[in-house]
Each structure stands twice: as C-alpha cells, then as structure tokens.
Design a protein around this ligand. Structure first.
Ligand SMILES: Cc1cc2nc3c(=O)[nH]c(=O)nc-3n(C[C@H](O)[C@H](O)[C@H](O)COP(=O)(O)OP(=O)(O)OC[C@H]3O[C@@H](n4cnc5c(N)ncnc54)[C@H](O)[C@@H]3O)c2cc1C
Length: 408
C-alpha cells in the first residue's frame, strides 16, 4: 500500500483479495486459511486491536466455556502447556501469536458503515468512516455478539445506582457488600452472579425464562465432549435424555431453585433455536446455599427498588444486565437478503457460510469457535481457486491494496 500521506489523501482503494470485516477469532481464522493458500486479504476492524470482544468486553474471571480442543482455530493449535479451559488472557495471547504467525495485520479503527454489491460492475464496495474499499469478495466476520442487548424495562432509567451490561462488567470486587440485581441467567448471568458472591456482594439473579443448566463436566469428562461423542451414535432426543438424567444426579432438580427447565432437551433446543445451555462452573452450589438468590421476572424498577412479578419488592445498589448480544450486520450490509433482520444467515449451519456474488460469512453458526473453524476452512478453499483465476488473468502485483483516487 502507498505511503501514509498517500493513504490519507486517497478515498478509494482496490483490494486484490477478499475484504474481511472483523478481526475477532473468525476474521483471523479466514485470513490464516487464505494466507496458507497464498491469497492476500484485507481485514477491516472497528476497534484498535484484534479480538476486541475478548480484550475489552469480557469479565476478568472468564475462561473458555468449552475444553480447548473445541476452541482451536484452524492450522495452529493452543500451546501444549495451556490448561483444559484456558483463561481469557491465555486465549487472547493465543490469538496474538496466531495473528503474528500468519502475518495478519488488520486495518484498525475502520468501522464499516455500509457494504453493498454493485450489480453493474460485479464488485463489493465497502465504506468505512473515511475510506471506500472495492473487492470481488466480501467476508462478514463481525460476530454474533457485536452489540449488547439492552432490554426495555419499565423504570430502568430512573434507577439511582449503576446499570451495567455484562460487556462492561469486570469483577465482583467492584460491588463488595452491595445488593446487586443480575438480570438474565445465561452463562454470563450465572458467572457474574458467582463472581459477585465470591467477592462478598449480595447477588439476586433474575431467571425470567426457562433454562437448561448442565454441569461443565460429568465424571471428569466435559459435558460438551460427552454430548458430541454420543451424538455420533445415538439420536438427539436419546442423548438429551441421557444428559438430563446424569445432570439431575449431579446437580439435583434445578426447578427447585427457580431455574425451570424447558420441555425441549438441551441439544435439541440448541439446534432448533441456538439457545446455549448454561455450563455450571460453581454458581449452582451458591444458589443452593442461598448466596445467590434466584428471582422471577422484573415487573418494574423504581429509583431505589425493583418490583418482581411475584409481588416481592427489594432495594438494590446496582443492576447488571446479562441480557446478551446481537449481530449488527443489518445496520451496514445493504441490498442482500442473505441475513435475517436479526443479522443471522437465513440458511442454517452447515450451509450458511456462502451467499451470492462472492459474499461469505464466518462465525454465525451458533456453534462458537468450532463453527468458526469449519466456516473459515470452507471459505478459503472456495475463494482460493477463484482468486488464482482472476490473478492469472490480471497480472496482479504483490500489493494487497491499490489506491485508486486522490482528493488533490
Ligand atoms: C462472555 C463470552 C464467552 C464466550 N465463550 C466462548 C467459548 O468458551 N467458546 C466458544 O466457542 N465461544 C465462546 N463465546 C462466543 C464467542 O463470541 C465466539 O466464539 C468468538 O468470539 C466469535 O468470534 P468472532 O470473530 O465471530 O466474533 P467477535 O469475537 O465478536 O469479533 C467480531 C469483530 O468484528 C468487529 N466488528 C463488528 N462490527 C464491525 C464493523 N461494522 N466494522 C468493522 N469491524 C466490526 C468487532 O469489533 C470484533 O472485533 C463466548 C462469547 C462471550 C460473549
């Protein structure tokens, strides 16, 4: 690419290989697979670093929920000295080494505001706040967790204390001796409540909807690993039955503690709706001992207190919203009906990785990093022969980007 001054003046750039939007694990995985096949690419990332979700928007105590072997990116495994469940810091250091090993250098502080396929010339134009990029191929890697979901709850804005989404929650140590309401009982809600309890805060966790809680491990083996192994041989419903029988043996009847189970089994529900079961890392024992109190839905929030649907009213010092995330694709991808209005591909896994006109998606499988690895490999294998054909007929230079137009 041109000098810094040239880049500043230029407004438009032709990208020889694909444009990847997002430098999280998914974007990095595609870039690595492409580089292995000799295909250059450009990654546009809105933040100032790789893996910004893991670096800036996760709590301190976070460890990978699944064992390491299910979370490795293609072509380079975790260092052998990593534990079975790496910490978020270890995962980030792995991603840094991964990017450096494959010489991946994203263009940071580039927020994609619009991407559109131009039918007349057959190229994608991708606009950021200060630049326009053009390419034959577009890889969407902005993640299922791009934006925090903030629910509409009557009176929330009038609450006197801090109201924080889990993407900004770091540690329970910030809430010592405080009464904290955690709204949401997924993995983040359970772990935030556990962390609060361990730091001598008084967490109350709202479980409005039904939820499957499974132990992270069963008899020394990861529950996820057991499920994957059983699914190779047995039908889904039988596997669910088996998991739930073992779970009730290990955790007891979670309904007794206010965590009602859905009628559909955990793996069947995951497949049908993408809803992930909670993998318990210790919160259940704090719930059983009463250190974490489970509450039913919130009816209304006032300045100092919260009214619940069962008629109770309690005072709180802080509220943590463990209310999940959503994809942001519909806000910037225009003229394509490949994604639903929720920002997820219409075609479910394993076929949701490829759209029309050179559009690809990675990391939208609701299968975490395992889905990312599968998507990334397929995308690179699909693009590589097309790239070679185009390269041979256009006599490309080694540069990834060619500046097309200067303002002066
Ligand atoms: C608390 C938590 C724990 C998790 N634990 C696990 C686990 O143990 N195992 C597992 O498999 N999965 C886990 N996940 C799921 C996890 O999000 C993914 O597996 C992984 O981070 C997905 O990577 P990604 O690259 O697809 O998305 P992300 O990591 O979200 O990366 C997307 C990138 O795109 C960038 N971006 C977004 N919009 C734009 C834009 N308009 N322009 C430019 N750039 C943009 C973002 O800044 C971000 O850097 C966890 C998620 C959370 C929230």
């Amino acid at each position: 690419m041109g000098s810094h001054k040239e880049q500043e003046q230029a407004k438009c750039a032709w990208v020889h290989g694909p444009i990847i939007i997002g430098a999280g694990p998914s974007g990095l995985a595609v870039a690595a697979c492409l580089s292995q096949l000799g295909v250059p690419c450009v990654i546009l990332e809105k933040s100032d670093c790789i893996a910004s979700l893991w670096k800036h928007r996760t709590y301190d105590r976070l460890k990978l929920h699944l064992p390491r072997k299910f979370c490795e990116l293609p072509l380079m495994g975790f260092p052998p000295n990593f534990p079975k469940y790496p910490t978020k810091y270890q995962f980030v250091s792995y991603l840094e080494s991964y990017a450096s090993h494959f010489s991946i250098q994203p263009r940071f502080n580039q927020t994609v505001t619009k991407a559109e396929f131009d039918q007349s010339c057959g190229f994608w134009t991708v606009r950021t706040q200060d630049f326009e990029y053009i390419s034959r191929w577009l890889v969407v890697a902005t993640g299922e967790n791009a934006e925090p979901v903030i629910p509409k709850i009557s009176g929330l804005e009038s609450f006197h204390g801090p109201v924080v989404h889990t993407s900004l929650f770091k540690s329970g140590s910030d809430y010592k001796n405080q009464r904290v309401l955690v709204i949401g009982c997924g993995n983040s809600g359970m772990e935030a409540s556990l962390d609060l309890s361990r730091h001598n805060a008084f967490p109350f966790m709202v479980a409005r909807n039904t939820i499957h809680v499974l132990p992270r491990e069963m008899f020394g083996f990861s529950t996820f690993g057991i499920a994957m192994a059983l699914l190779k041989w047995f039908p889904l419903r039988l596997v669910d039955k088996c998991l739930l029988t073992l779970t009730s043996f290990i955790l007891g009847n979670t309904d007794r503690y206010g965590l009602r189970r859905p009628k559909t089994g955990p793996m069947e529900l995951k497949n049908a709706t993408g809803k992930t079961p909670v993998l318990d890392v210790g919160a259940m024992s704090h719930i059983k001992s009463g250190k974490i109190k489970v509450m039913q839905g919130v009816k209304e929030i006032t300045r100092n207190s919260v009214k619940f649907v069962d008629g109770q009213e309690r005072e709180f010092d802080a509220i943590i919203l463990a209310t999940g995330y959503r994809s942001n694709v519909p806000t910037w991808l225009k003229g394509s009906d490949f994604f639903t209005e929720d920002g997820m591909p219409r075609t479910p896994f394993p076929e949701g990785w490829k759209g029309e006109n050179g559009l690809y998606t990675v990391g939208f499988t609701r299968r975490g990093l395992l889905g990312t690895a599968s998507d990334a490999t397929r995308i690179a294998q699909d693009i590589a022969p097309r790239w070679r054909t185009v390269k041979d007929s256009n006599n490309y230079s080694n540069s990834q980007i060619v500046l097309l137009w200067k303002s002066s």
